[in-house]
Design a protein around this ligand. Structure first.
Ligand SMILES: [Zn+2]
Length: 193
């Protein structure tokens, strides 16, 4: 749901007119930062308190981590904005999503998978009928981030072992390109750290 520095809600309003549930796949600032804008907000219980309390460390946007810097912004989202002032917008979740929950949209349904490792409360949405996975930061086609606050490598490995067994046609990750079954099933490159 974005960083929360520009209004995603206003942008989305111009695209759809249906009831909206904003889901943070996990607490990191680039996913949970805009959640406060929405009336209906969901996150996994393991990260609900971090959202409530604006936990910038758990959200990976504390100063020392250096993920939010002025040079990351091509334009100022509003006059006077500086990355130094950025904090996670606190928000009270209106719904908690956990393993096995089903979001039925009518024409398709998504099962919530709890896939910790990148962070404790990472979830992905799985459409079993179409074998599509909206994976957030759990799996994506780029450099693996497994040493952030809250990351746990053995837990992440267990998540990947689970994902290996999941029938997949298409993965829609939060970063980098969408990818298909072949890329999904490709063995990891041992030279890549
Ligand atoms: Zn993340």
């Amino acid at each position: 749901m974005g960083l929360g520095v520009a209004s995603l809600r206003q942008h989305i309003a111009s695209l759809i007119d249906k009831p909206l549930l904003a889901i943070a796949s996990h607490i990191h600032f680039d996913y949970a930062g805009g959640l406060h804008e929405f009336d209906h907000r969901a996150i996994h219980p393991a990260e609900a308190e971090a959202l409530r309390s604006s936990d910038n460390h758990a959200a990976a946007c504390s100063r020392e981590l250096g993920f939010v810097l002025d040079e990351h912004f091509e334009q100022l989202p509003y006059a006077g904005f500086t990355a130094m002032q950025y904090t996670l917008n606190r928000a009270e979740p209106t719904q908690l999503l956990q393993e096995g929950d089903v979001l039925d949209l009518g024409d398709r349904a998504f099962e919530v998978l709890h896939l910790p490792g990148h962070s404790p409360g990472c979830i992905a949405l799985y459409d079993a009928k179409n074998q599509e996975l909206f994976s957030g930061d759990v799996i994506y086609d780029g450099e693996l981030l497994d040493q952030l606050p809250g990351s746990d490598i053995p837990t992440y490995i267990a998540t990947y072992e689970r994902l290996q067994k999941l029938p997949i046609n298409t993965v829609y990750p939060g970063h980098y390109n969408t990818f298909g079954r072949d890329r999904y099933q490709e063995p990891s490159n041992p030279d890549r750290s």
